[in-house]
Design a protein around this ligand. Structure first.
Ligand code: PHE
Ligand code: CO
Length: 292
C-alpha cells in the first residue's frame, strides 16, 4: 500500500515494504486520504518527556539562528511539557491562517501529501522517535513535523506558499516533474535560509529541528550560500545523509511566494535542458553569501 519517498518531508528517500524494515506507522488505521487519529492519550509519560528535551534543546539555541517569524510563532505550540494535541493546535492555527494540522502514520505518497497541502491541511506524523534517536532520525517524526514546520504556518505569506506548493505538486505529478519540484521543497521548506537586517537566519524545518545543523547552516564557513534562484534550485541535487553542502537564501517570504507564482510548465521544460548541479558546487560568476 505504501509510500515511496521521503523527499517531500525532509528526510532520506526511503522505500517501504521491502527488505527487513516494515513501515513504522500504523497505516492500516489510516483513512483514504492517509490521515488518521493522533491518539493523544496513547503517548507515554516518557514520550512527553522526550519531546520536552527535544524542544528545549532547540529553543535554547534559536536566538540569532532562527528567523524572527519562527521564534515568535513557536509559542503557539503550547507548553513544551507535552506533545501538543493536534486538534487544539489546529483551532489556534485555523484562526490565524486557515491551516490545520492532521495526523498521518508517517511518510505518505506524494500525491496524498500534495492534496493535503493544497487543502491547507499539514500532515504531521503521530509517533515520536525513540530515545536512542535523540540526535538523529531518518524519517520525520512528530517532533520534526510539529516543531520544524508548524510555527511558520502561522505566517500568512509562508502559509500561502505552502498551499501553492501543494497545488503545484498535483500539477507536477501530471507533468512528471515531481523530482524537480521536490528540490524546491528541500531547499526552501526544509533547508531554507533567509536574509534579515540582523544577518542570515534559518527558516527551513529540517534545519530548525536539527540539533547541529541550525548552527552549521547559519555560521559555518563550509557550505555554499547562494541567493534564491528557482531554476538553479531545480537543477541542484541534495544531500540526504549529511548537512547540506549548499543553502539557498531568500530575502523575504514574499520574494519566495512571488518567484514561485508563475506557471512552472515552461520552467520544467527549460530546466530539463540544463545540466544538473552537484550539491555544494558553485557556478562560475556566482557570488556567495557570507556566514554569520
Ligand atoms: N507556480 C507553480 C506552478 O505553476 C506552483 C507552485 C507554487 C509550486 C509555489 C511551488 C511553489 O507549477
Ligand atoms: Co519536513
Amino acid at each position: 500500500m505504501l509510500a515511496e519517498k521521503a523527499v517531500n518531508q525532509g528526510v532520506a528517500p526511503v522505500t517501504y515494504g521491502q527488505g527487513d524494515r516494515p513501515p513504522r506507522g500504523d497505516y492500516a488505521s489510516a483513512r483514504a486520504d492517509y490521515t488518521c487519529d493522533q491518539n493523544w492519550s496513547a503517548y507515554t509519560p516518557e514520550e512527553h518527556a522526550l519531546y520536552r528535551r527535544l524542544y528545549e534543546r532547540q529553543a535554547a539555541q534559536m536566538r540569532g539562528l532562527a528567523c524572527d517569524e519562527f521564534i515568535s510563532a513557536v509559542q503557539h505550540l503550547g507548553t513544551p511539557e507535552r506533545i501538543p494535541r493536534f486538534d487544539e493546535l489546529s483551532q489556534t492555527l485555523y484562526k490565524r491562517t486557515g491551516w490545520e494540522v492532521v495526523a498521518v502514520p508517517g511518510l505518505i505518497p506524494e500525491e496524498a501529501f500534495f492534496a493535503l497541502l493544497a487543502a491547507r491541511r499539514f500532515p504531521v506524523t503521530g509517533w515520536l522517535r525513540k530515545p536512542e534517536e535523540f540526535d538523529y532520525i531518518v524519517e520525520p517524526d512528530v517532533f520534526h513535523d510539529l516543531f520544524g514546520h508548524v510555527p511558520l504556518l502561522f505566517d500568512p505569506v509562508f502559509a500561502d506558499y505552502m498551499q501553492a506548493y501543494g497545488a503545484g505538486g498535483l500539477k507536477a505529478s501530471r507533468l512528471d516533474a515531481c523530482e524537480l519540484l521536490a528540490r524546491l521543497y528541500w531547499y526552501t521548506v526544509e533547508f531554507g535560509l533567509i536574509r534579515t537586517p540582523q544577518g542570515v537566519r534559518a527558516y527551513g524545518a529540517g534545519i530548525l529541528s536539527s540539533a547541529g545543523e541550525l548552527r552549521y547552516s547559519v555560521q559555518s564557513p563550509e557550505p555554499s550560500r547562494v541567493g534564491f534562484d528557482l531554476q538553479r534550485i531545480m537543477r541542484t541535487r541534495y544531500k540526504i545523509d549529511s548537512y547540506q553542502a549548499t543553502y539557498f537564501v531568500i530575502d523575504s517570504f514574499q520574494q519566495l511566494f512571488d518567484a514561485t507564482a508563475p506557471d512552472f510548465t515552461p520552467i520544467y521544460r527549460a530546466v530539463r535542458e540544463l545540466p544538473e548541479i552537484e550539491a555544494g558546487a558553485v557556478l562560475p560568476g556566482e557570488s556567495l553569501i557570507a556566514a554569520e
